[in-house]
Design a protein around this ligand. Structure first.
Ligand code: NAP
Ligand code: HSE
Length: 433
């Protein structure tokens, strides 16, 4: 019988030793034996780049590991692979480029860097013949990049629906239980889900970066951040959440990536989701991604989308994949291999929901429905509530090009009986809408 395999010693460097970096080190130490048993490699943190080595750390870095000098990390011959867990575009971008050029594989948790500069970074990685991986940059612990690149390689994924920001999902879930937007956001900040400045979360910018990455991998064609039509949750009001409940739906901030007729559409926006849909059950700071493809029909992945140890799990998984596949194999290549056009603006088709506040006068309903009919938009469901001389109308509209729906709603907004700007969002439903 063969004796136990002797471990290959792999020196790891961390760019950053904060929430995620310290958790990566903890996992590598505490699960070192498991990793060694599974892979035959012992991953050992030998360097970690920080700004302030005197700061208290949640897990000790070890003697001589912390440094403020990037050159010490880059030039250390013991460093075999690097995890970029510092965030920001610069200096992270420059450091990653230098490491790749120096022949060091890099794994990154930095969605803004991968979404904005992925094309250049992958071309440098490819020239240098080293791997660049980025699982932790999207949905933290959920292994969606691996599933798309490996497990679903022959599935022709043509639609990706995702709840990819934990903070906004937490806020919308809280509003469902009666909280206001401001109270719910304050709670998300207190629980540590939101960014220090939560603008990126609530404006949809964080979700847009994650959807650009997911769509690029799913469709094999790079989607730039500027191509992602983005709308946040700032204008979602308790009245919209209550009306959604009455219609049997919930409000969620969704990323929706579609490949239709060979053209790509990627958007982030609030949407109404049918209660029976898997995404409606995603509560609090969890994330979920629904992948739809020719041969798989639909696969839903759900799990923690933020947090130190949750994100570190994905970083460690990428480190293990690098050591397990270095030298040969397609996973060192850029996932994007073709250039697809963008779907014409307004041609993306979806059912939709509109909330209207109108004067309670004869003929209002006729005016509203005639504007919709003029743009070939059909009403699937209507709920009316009467107030004191005014009324609210909540309409679910059948699937139609979103541009035509938006034009009809713009005309309706201009009617003298319409008292406030309408609230228009897509609907996600398995009903034949
Ligand atoms: P963090 O706690 O703020 O840690 C950042 C680390 O990077 C710190 O150790 C910091 O040093 C170091 N650093 C930052 N700028 C530096 C510079 N110019 N030179 C040297 N060191 C520098 O951030 P984090 O939460 O761990 O996030 C890290 C990355 O993971 C980000 O890209 C983030 O988007 C991504 N991510 C985080 C989560 C999460 O839930 N936290 C989830 C998914 C993805 P000091 O410690 O000395 O300040
Ligand atoms: N602020 C982000 C979120 C953290 O709420 O999802 C993970 O990227």
């Amino acid at each position: 019988m063969r004796g136990p395999m002797s471990a290959v010693d792999v020196g790891v460097a961390l760019l950053g030793y904060g929430t995620v970096g310290a958790a990566v080190h903890r996992l590598l130490v505490e699960s070192g034996e498991e990793i060694e048993r599974a892979t035959g490699h012992r991953l050992r943190v030998v360097r970690a780049l920080v700004r302030d080595p005197g700061k208290a750390r949640s897990f000790p870095a070890g003697e001589g590991v912390l440094t403020t000098d990037f050159a010490v990390v880059r030039d250390d011959p013991e460093v075999t692979v690097v995890a970029e867990v510092m965030g920001g575009l610069e200096p992270a971008g420059t450091y990653v480029r230098e490491l790749l050029r120096a022949g060091k594989p890099v794994v990154s948790a930095n969605k803004q860097l991968v979404a904005r500069e992925g094309a250049d970074l992958f071309s440098i990685a490819s020239e240098a013949g080293v791997q660049l991986r980025f699982e932790a940059s999207v949905c933290a612990a959920i292994p969606v990049v691996k599933v798309l690149r490996e497990s679903l390689v022959v599935s022709n994924v043509h639609r990706v629906l995702g709840i990819v920001n934990g903070t906004t999902n937490f806020v919308l879930s809280r509003m469902e239980r009666g909280g206001t937007y401001a109270e719910a956001l304050a709670e998300a900040q207190a629980l540590g889900y939101a960014e220090a400045d939560p603008t990126d979360d609530v404006s949809g910018a964080d979700a847009a970066a994650k959807m650009a990455i997911l769509a690029s991998v799913a469709f094999g064609s790079r989607v730039a951040l500027d191509d992602v039509e983005t709308r946040g949750i700032e204008d979602v009001e308790p009245a919209h959440v209550a009306a959604a409940a009455e219609l049997g739906m919930v409000v969620r901030l969704l990323g929706i990536a579609t490949l239709e007729g060979g053209a790509v559409d990627v958007r982030v926006q609030p949407a109404l989701v049918d209660r029976s849909h898997p995404l409606a059950a995603v509560d609090g700071a969890f994330n979920a991604v629904v992948l739809q493809g020719d041969s798989i029909r639909e696969i839903t992945l759900e799990g923690p989308g933020a947090g130190g140890v949750e994100t570190a799990t994905a970083v460690v998984a990428d480190l293990v994949s690098v050591v397990g596949t270095s030298g040969t194999g397609f996973l060192q290549n850029d996932a994007c291999w073709r250039e697809l056009p963008r779907l014409d603006a307004g041609e993306w088709r979806s059912p939709s929901y509109v909330h209207l506040e109108v004067a309670d006068r004869p003929g209002v309903l006729a005016h509203v429905t005639s504007r919709l009919a003029a743009h070939d938009v059909s009403v699937a469901q209507l709920v009316q509530h009467l107030g004191d001389g005014d009324a609210t109308l909540d309409l679910v509209l059948h699937r139609a090009p979103f541009g035509a729906v938006s034009r009809a709603i713009a005309e309706i907004a201009a009617l003298p009986e319409v008292l406030r700007p309408p609230f228009l969002v897509p609907v996600v439903s398995e009903r034949a809408l």
